[in-house]
Design a protein around this ligand. Sequence first.
Ligand code: NAD
Length: 281
Amino acid sequence: MPQIINGKEISAQIKEELKEKVAAMKKEGISVCLAVIQVGDDPASAVYVGNKKKACAYIGITSLSYELPEETTQEELLALIGELNGRKDVNGILVQLPLPEHIDEDAVIRAIVPEKDVDGFHPQSVGALCIGQEGYVSCTPAGIIQLLKRSGIEIEGKECVIIGRSNIVGKPMALLLLRENGTVTITHSRTKNLKEVTKRADILVAAVGKPKMITREYVKEGAVVIDVGIHRNENNKLCGDVDYDDVAPVCSAITPVPGGVGPMTIAMLMHNCVESAALRH
Ligand code: NAD
């Protein structure tokens, strides 16, 4: 049977480490504060925001909550971000996506100063990642690197194939695996002979957004399989982009859904907030 990469356990470890660090920082008079902005009342966003605030409370990070009505204008949102950018007590600013249609997401992301861009979505953060400089890294791919490292899986020299090229998962994932000296291929919806490419992977990351699409036909025997997808199946049960029952017997390690990549995203957001406060001092 494969090694089950336990994201629940690893994210709990990271949160414990951060809790200790925040307590030590507090003794030196350094506090950590995250501003969380939600526009509208999308129920999924409300759950994500709630989980982020809960994680803050557990670790000892102050969270400021801004729940703005759906009809908030872009100017009003940008004005709030401008105010938070200028506040010395705020270390991180998070705007929960997606935003209502009348607001330009790119303009909002660009408005957050890179020093407080704890989601790692600002073009400057992405550019820094691209040229190997310091900056905040998108939380889900950063979490996947932690999962691999803390599970003793070597990346250097490995064939790494990513399915998906989104700005928040696929592309930063590729850059991070490259930074760890992996040999990286990105595949996407226009890739020809996808299975042939994915079968080369020692480490296969599925961020395709299609429930259970990745069966064992896509996987080399003994590969490490990371499943980023989150879906609800017909029985309202969570599943990933990978057909777990089909793939698990042929791979050497695999992340389950739930309990794999999912819990790592919030842990890395908390990590970025703590880092932001530490860097400021
Ligand atoms: P996205 O829809 O932005 O991107 C999907 C990518 O898959 C695209 O680049 C597309 O080219 C590629 N693709 C689509 N169909 C394909 C096909 N048939 N063959 C090959 N490539 C194909 O999605 P995303 O935001 O990157 O998210 C991907 C998945 O990960 C979703 O299920 C999402 O819910 C999940 N997700 C999970 C977390 C987490 O915290 N675990 C975070 C972000 C996203």
